[in-house]
Design a protein around this ligand. Sequence first.
Ligand SMILES: Cc1cc2nc3c(=O)[nH]c(=O)nc-3n(C[C@H](O)[C@H](O)[C@H](O)COP(=O)(O)O)c2cc1C
Length: 309
Amino acid sequence: MNLSVTLFGITFKNPVWVASGTFGYGLEAMEIYDISKIGAVVTKGVSLRPREGNEPPRIVETPCGMLNSIGLQNPGVEGFLRDIYPRIKDVDTHFIVNVFGETEEEYVEVCRSLEDAEKVVAYELNVSCPNVKRGGIAFGHDPVSLGSLVEKVKGSTRKPVLVKLSPNVTDITEFARVCVESGADGLVLINTVLGMRINLKKERPDLSTKMGGLSGPAILPIAVRMVWEVYERFGRAVPIIGVGGITTHEDALEHIYAGASAVQVGTANFYDPYAPLKVIEGIKSFMKEKGVMDFSVLVGRAHRMDIKS
Ligand SMILES: Cc1cc2nc3c(=O)[nH]c(=O)nc-3n(C[C@H](O)[C@H](O)[C@H](O)COP(=O)(O)O)c2cc1C
């Protein structure tokens, strides 16, 4: 049975990755299990300079999920290369760095700084964080700025560039189109959904930033819908990485049947760090049961009109 996938010229041992910001840099999970079993680790967002993130409270639970407004706390790209990279460089799986900037130049600088870090096989541009005042979403919600950013980054790196899109737009396929036309190597759908909770005891919003990003099982149907829409428009012309609400292998398979060539497990890592491994095993058992030898035949399968239920 072949679970490996080759996307943008890189072969991943399986299509189950972990989502940015929900697995740190893999260092904590490494203490409890062999993280090389995961198809790829997408790091917490890395910016040019270190960031403290937002004031607490910056996490609140919701029915079937959580709201966060971490605000991209990270040690900056130099700190990443100095303190974190040496500890991950011998792990036998791929790392993808999630990149954040306030300007185009900052995105380019971060990617350039990582060019010689061999373990980093690709960049995932975060243009969709709803919790920061400058940068990120300013690109993700404006097609012209987004196209320009993707072109600039593509023109300054040898590594594949994935773009992580925001679900907080009217038509995600238009933002996907801009990325494809600007040379993006892959699309990652979706980042968190903008939301808010009011604390009735305090009579004010729960989060210090008032609003934050909703993640977890609550957003699975939104993410699956968006993966479906983008696949419907572009097919396999550009690989889609599905993320949003994946807790079980069935959730992952919904993304895959909708058109995702790989998936990322996010919030589930917080309450079950073994979730990505369970998803891998679940997909294997599913394929065995169905007599499917090659994972790639499952991608976009729900679009096929010739399959009878
Ligand atoms: C606490 C937290 C921090 C996150 N940090 C980042 C980040 O730094 N960069 C990014 O692109 N996405 C970030 N995300 C978004 C996730 O990678 C993912 O897109 C989102 O949570 C939806 O997937 P899920 O429902 O499986 O969690 C973060 C999510 C959470 C919950």
